[in-house]
Design a protein around this ligand. Structure first.
Ligand SMILES: Cc1cc2nc3c(=O)[nH]c(=O)nc-3n(C[C@H](O)[C@H](O)[C@H](O)COP(=O)(O)OP(=O)(O)OC[C@H]3O[C@@H](n4cnc5c(N)ncnc54)[C@H](O)[C@@H]3O)c2cc1C
Length: 627
């Protein structure tokens, strides 16, 4: 084909859309301007370049036009996309509102006055309505948390615990720790409205259950089954919610394979058959009456060499292979954070429940005190809400609850991201969740008990909400006791500061940076240093004493070494116990830092500055004393 001499149009090779617009801009930028091309033309004696200039000018115009069109198309695309996003967001919002209304209606039959078996039936019908699915914790975690909030608003007594045990601890453990096949069983558990319980707490370990587990699950290769056993009274499970009504149970036991302990693992096993008869070898009893939540059954449970199938082991992260080989899988070793994943979601639910409880109690009390007249010599229309100490409490409650809700909301959204991606939360997030529970429950408790003291006879009236106040005590120790969580925070931070101190120049530099850093971090570093020093001064005393004691025994070197190790550990524990004030002060500083970083940065900074001034003044005073 003869060459026509015509240049291929630049337009025809340009891509469409945003990339096209960028490409068009680029090609315009690199093209010489008309003036430059004219200079080239006059330099060209043949005059032939003039045609080039004209052609280039035409291209330039075409490109300009193309750029305009592409920009316009891009704008229309963007507008269309944002319109579609808005429509999707609005319809999702509407769907969630309708869902919340339906869930609220479905829980109308919840009544704290029901007997435990009646309350259990209410839960069964709620499960079958499938408004909240067991997989929502992973697929729609926001809805999972919202369901808990809705229930808390209704001050439903023991039903709130029953609900969270079923959806979070029982079904949630299957979802988090089960294999795909075990997770698939959740649909049947829902269709049959099977009630489940979660047996972690043991009599001896109390709030340290999980860290200490006495119940054993011993692998028997000859029958390819586990033998579940309660070796002594201390290992008996207790306080197990729904333990008198459930037919299935997730139980935490120390897994023993070939005589070796592999630590706590979760097993899903039948507790009762369809006729309500207990699995042979399982004993159950009632924990007795409580000050609140008597619509919830709480049981102690013990096992006498109960044989359970191999398939009972929730085996997403660990399994038994071959005859008797323990294997980790799924990219995680079975550690406390993995086995206790549901304790993390539970902690969020409890923090939220406590805050919603406080909001609701303040709202109903406020409605009462707004309409309740009080005698006032200067004002015949005075109302209870105007009494200054109560008015101040209302103000403070509103302010502090708002801040706490902001912090808890932020942590919840981070946790929701982990749940959606089936990821184990980072150490920092785990700590932030603990802060939500410690501070959320702490604030709700402080405010509600104060309100009880200030509002007169209303606090005694049934139906006002104050009769459920002890629920806040439950919140304090459930799913991770406040004190134990605080100790864990302090221990982690102490380890870090000890590493920094022992880490040579680099470590000291890191510590110095923290001590000079942002105020909340600085305060935390200071408290960590104080605890490290307190431990250092308290521990050697213990060590010396114990070394002398050890020297009195004339036994072989190995026993001596083991004894010394044991003694040194005891000395550390004793020093830790003696330093309990510094431990909790450090934990409080860590909590403050987490909250300040989300909410009131500047205020926290100012307060920490104040603390430095006080410390400096104290030092100055001490110096004067010595002089
Ligand atoms: C209504 C209700 C429902 C429950 N449901 C379930 C359930 O379904 N499943 C389940 O597994 N468990 C459940 N529990 C158990 C609950 O989660 C607690 O673990 C348990 O109640 C702890 O009780 P305890 O009094 O034996 O603790 P203890 O260990 O005796 O602790 C008592 C107090 O001492 C303090 N303390 C203890 N040890 C230390 C320490 N080393 N350092 C500092 N302070 C310490 C703690 O602050 C704690 O508040 C439930 C409890 C209740 C009341």
């Amino acid at each position: 084909m003869p060459d026509s001499g015509a240049k291929p149009s630049t337009l025809s090779v340009l891509p469409r859309g945003a990339a096209g617009a960028v490409a068009a801009e680029k090609s315009l930028d690199t093209m010489p301007s008309v003036a430059e091309r004219m200079w080239q033309a006059t330099d060209d004696i043949s005059g032939f370049a003039i045609q080039d200039v004209i052609a280039a000018e035409e291209d330039r115009h075409a490109l300009k036009l193309e750029r305009k069109i592409l920009r316009e198309m891009q704008r229309v695309d963007d507008e269309q996309a944002s319109y579609e996003d808005e429509v999707v967001r609005a319809s999702r919002e509407q769907a969630e509102l309708s869902w919340a209304a339906a869930f609220e209606r479905a829980t109308e039959t919840v009544d704290p006055e029901l007997l435990p078996h009646e309350s259990a039936e209410v839960l069964k019908s709620l499960i079958q309505r499938n408004l909240l699915q067991y997989t929502d914790m992973r697929d729609n975690p926001t809805r999972f948390f919202e369901a808990h909030r809705i229930l808390s608003k209704r001050l439903v007594g023991g039903f709130g615990i029953r609900f969270t045990v079923q959806f979070n601890l029982f079904a949630g453990s299957i979802l988090g720790l089960g294999s795909d096949a075990q997770i698939a069983e959740l649909d049947k558990l829902r269709d049959d409205a099977v009630l489940g319980c979660f047996a972690l707490t043991e009599a001896g370990a109390g709030v340290n259950s999980g860290l200490v587990v006495g119940t054993t699950a011993t692998w028997d290769p000859s029958t390819r089954s586990f033998i579940l056993h309660t070796p002594d009274a201390l290992a008996r499970k207790q306080w197990i919610s729904q333990g008198l009504t459930a037919s299935q149970m997730v139980v935490i036991a120390d897994l023993i394979v070939q005589g070796k302990s592999h630590g706590p693992h979760a097993f899903l096993m039948p507790l009762r058959n369809a006729h309500g008869q207990l699995t042979p070898g399982v004993s159950v009893g009632d924990m007795g009456g409580k000050t609140i939540a008597n619509d919830l059954d709480n049981a102690w449970i013990s096992f006498d060499s109960v044989r359970i199938a191999r398939s009972c082991m929730l085996d997403r992260f660990a399994t038994i292979e071959g005859e008797d080989k323990y294997v980790s899988r799924g990219g995680e070793t079975m550690r406390l954070e993995v086995i206790g994943q549901r304790l993390l979601t539970g902690r969020m639910c409890i923090a939220q429940a406590a805050l919603v409880f406080a909001r609701t109690l303040f709202k109903t009390t406020r409605e009462y005190s707004d309409s309740k007249g009080v005698w006032n010599p200067a004002d015949t229309n005075a109302i209870l809400s105007d009494v200054p100490q109560l008015a101040a409490l209302y103000d403070r409650a509103d302010r502090d609850l708002t801040d706490m809700e902001e912090f808890v909301g932020e942590v919840e959204s981070q946790l929701c991201r982990c749940l959606s991606e089936s990821k184990i939360p980072s150490a920092e997030l785990v700590e932030a969740i603990a802060v939500c529970k410690i501070r959320g429950v702490g604030l709700a408790t402080e405010l509600c008990f104060k309100l009880q003291q200030e509002v007169g006879s209303f606090a005694l009236l049934g139906g006002g909400g104050f009769e459920h106040l002890d629920m806040l005590l439950c919140c304090k120790f459930a799913e991770g006791d406040e004190r134990i969580l605080m100790q864990k925070m302090a221990r982690d931070r102490l380890k870090q500061v000890q590493e920094e101190i022992g880490g040579g120049l680099g470590g000291w530099f890191e510590l110095a940076t923290e001590l000079m850093g942002e105020a909340p971090r600085r305060r935390e570093a200071m408290k960590a240093l104080q605890l490290a020093l307190a431990m250092k001064t308290r521990a050697p005393k213990q060590n010396q004493k114990q070394l002398d004691d050890v020297a009195q025994f004339e036994v072989d070197a190995e026993t001596n070494q083991a004894a010394r190790k044991q003694e040194a550990k005891a000395a550390m524990v004793a020093a830790w116990t003696d330093s309990w004030e510094e431990v909790y002060e450090l934990a409080a500083a860590i909590c403050d830092r987490h909250i300040a970083e989300v909410t009131q940065r500047e205020q926290a900074q100012l307060e920490a500055e104040k603390e430095w001034v006080i410390l400096a003044k104290r030092k100055e005073f001490a110096m004067h004393g010595r002089l």
